[in-house]
Design a protein around this ligand. Structure first.
Ligand code: SF4
Length: 231
């Protein structure tokens, strides 16, 4: 498989490939006696549902929070539930709300390019968001909305049990890794929970705003690619 930097990251100095996982540790089997996401109430995270299609159908009818009143549709996920890698963003934007698929707008198109650059096929990865309904005016989801919707994310992780989770941006990092996480501090570092390896990197939308994030994002995606190829 080619390790050349593609056009998306052209202009960045080539770096020696690192095959080492910084926190290489023995990965233990999944333990599901406690929630994957800190603070989630297990009885609220659909413990009776073990089928992805069933969970999707429940979510598509959801009106647990008022985001559903202003969006066009619930945008649950994209990609096969058998995928070994899950990317988690923030929430649907205008294009996603219209099309019913996550990451299809400008940021999504950039994510597609990054995935290709890192030797992934979009159709082999599972992509979702912290909240499944578009917040009005693309604002950040508020804590109440996140608290309600993360039950779906908890169930997705339990059902899919990905080997790797990639948090795209601050909100996903705060929901999955640590409520106080700052993306500039924690990105690019592996950690492990319940047998799943977790890493955070910048949200593609941040790259559209700040060219300086291209280099660290590419470094992160090389780590993700290398770890995925070791699975
Ligand atoms: S954002 Fe989540 S909790 Fe709120 S209505 Fe949509 S699916 Fe339900």
């Amino acid at each position: 498989m080619s390790t050349e930097q593609p056009g998306l990251f052209a202009g960045l100095e080539p770096e020696p490939e690192s095959s080492a996982l910084p926190e290489a540790v023995e990965f233990t089997p999944a333990i599901v006696t406690e929630p994957f996401l800190a603070g989630v109430d297990l009885p609220s995270s659909f413990p009776e549902v073990s089928d992805h299609q069933q969970l999707t159908e429940i979510a598509l009818k959801c009106d647990r929070c008022h985001l559903r009143a202003t969006c066009k549709q619930v945008v649950f996920a994209d990609g096969p539930p058998t995928s070994r890698i899950m990317f988690i963003g923030e929430g649907p934007g205008k294009d996603e709300d219209i099309q019913g698929r996550p990451f299809v707008g400008r940021a999504g198109q950039l994510l597609d390019k990054i995935l290709v650059s890192a030797s992934f096929k979009r159709e082999e990865v599972y992509i979702t968001n912290v909240v499944k309904c578009r917040p009005p005016e693309n604002r950040l989801p508020n804590p109440n909305e996140v608290s309600l919707c993360r039950n779906y994310l908890e169930a997705q992780i339990r059902i899919i049990r990905p080997a790797i989770i990639v948090c795209l941006g601050s909100l996903a990092s705060q929901v999955v890794i640590d409520p106080k996480a700052r993306i500039t501090k924690i990105r690019g570092q592996w950690l492990q929970r319940q047998g799943t390896k977790i890493i955070a990197t910048f949200h593609p939308a941040a790259l559209l705003r700040n060219e300086g994030y291209k280099r660290p994002t590419w470094e992160d995606f090389k780590k993700i690619r290398d770890e995925y190829q070791r699975l």
